[in-house]
Design a protein around this ligand. Structure first.
Ligand code: AVJ
Length: 321
């Protein structure tokens, strides 16, 4: 590669959020990496595998609650509603709801991946030809992807936010995000949101430290991503996966533990790693029903009702403005 090309490439690299966030995260006292970077192509496939694991109860429990209570949920949403889904991905979770709604006025999925979103739009349109699907491509925390909503007339807007995605935010961040959502809605509009419940730490830790070691691979994949995208030289064998429940913080924390002190280089910068030091890669917050209701209230929503599984492992809340 000649000089001009390599400097253009470096400039692009240094402009990227990934570059900035990784260097900032590794420079701190407690090293951290934002969990959204776990989901490159390999990471997304690994996460899909996690969802199938016996130890990972979240996905199948949420799906069972949807199956069991879909009629009541559709009744709560009401007729003529527009469903908005931030971070919709392949839009699979919303399909049973869309099928049960009475004369929905549209579906507005938002996602950063155009390929996945447009494929999902085609699938949904084939299945529900009368439903208007307006795919909005971009980051759902940014204002521009919500602009398209302004041109749509509807009796009611309902935000759909399943998957316990809200758990990846700290309670303060979650309150801000839900407040941002609330600002996109009007009086009488709704929110249907999935949250993982506080429970026995053995069950929680098994879900994030699975016996098939898929979560370990998922966690370490972020180092492989840094190696390939940011010219890093992480030796994955010098890090171990650790996930534990922190009862005071009510969250599962995921870390990568350094097994031996050494130096790592990323994009030409050097970072020292001491034996036993960790990179904090994810938080997964757990809520009680009442704790989540309080969070909803702080964000400007009124809790209406919730549905849970017999073991009380997971909950889906309906709230309104
Ligand atoms: C995608 C945020 C729901 O926190 O349970 C799974 C991500 N991390 N195993 C979660 C995850 C490790 C997951 N969420």
């Amino acid at each position: 590669m000649n000089m001009a090309v390599s400097s253009i490439r470096d400039e692009k690299l240094q402009d990227s959020d990934f570059f900035r966030d990784v260097l900032a995260g590794l420079a701190g006292e407690q090293k951290t990496l934002p969990c959204k970077y776990l989901y490159d192509e390999a990471g997304s496939l690994l996460f899909e595998q996690i969802c199938e694991l016996d130890d990972y109860y979240l996905t199948r429990t949420e799906a069972a609650i949807f199956r069991q209570h879909i009629t009541a949920m559709a009744r709560q949403v009401g007729p003529g509603a527009l469903i908005i889904e931030p971070g919709a991905g392949n839009c699979e979770k919303v399909e049973p709801l869309l099928e049960h709604l009475q004369a929905p006025s549209g579906y507005y999925p938002i996602d950063i991946s155009p390929e996945i979103l447009l494929a999902a739009k085609e699938r949904i349109t084939a299945r529900l030809p009368n439903l208007e699907v307006i795919a909005s491509i971009g980051d759902f925390t940014q204002a521009d992807v919500w602009e398209g909503l302004k041109n749509l007339s509807t009796q009611k807007r309902v935000l759909f936010f399943p998957g316990s995605t809200i758990g990846n935010f700290t309670p303060v961040q979650a309150e801000n995000l839900l407040g941002f959502f609330a600002a996109k809605l009007g009086c009488g509009d709704g929110l249907l949101i999935g949250t993982d419940l506080v429970k026995d730490s053995v069950v929680l830790e098994r879900a994030y430290c699975d016996s098939e070691h898929v979560t370990e691979e998922f966690n370490k994949n972020i180092l492989a991503r840094i190696n390939s995208e940011l010219n890093g030289n992480f030796d994955l064998s010098l890090f171990a996966h650790r996930a534990f429940y922190h009862p005071l913080r009510q969250r599962v924390e995921m870390h990568l533990v350094c097994l031996k002190s050494h130096l790592v280089q990323v994009a030409g910068r050097k970072f020292e790693f001491a034996e036993g030091e960790t990179i904090h890669t994810e938080n997964s917050h757990k809520y009680s029903i009442s704790g989540f209701n309080r969070l909803l209230l702080r964000a400007g929503f009124s809790p209406v009702c919730h549905w849970s599984d017999p073991q009380q492992h997971y909950a889906i809340h309906y709230a309104q403005i």
